[in-house]
Design a protein. Structure first.
Length: 43
């Protein structure tokens, strides 16, 4: 599969954006579980 430079740049930009979104979602889940754990320990 041979891509033009424009197609490859667009693909890399989409992949970078998708990875950022996945990272943010995983970070939010980690923070949520941390918050749940702390609140259950306190009460």
């Amino acid at each position: 599969m041979s891509w033009t430079p424009e197609e490859e740049a667009a693909f890399l930009a989409r992949r970078r954006r998708r990875n950022l979104v996945i990272g943010l979602v995983l970070g939010a889940f980690a923070f949520l579980f941390y918050g749940i754990t702390v609140s259950r320990m306190v009460s």
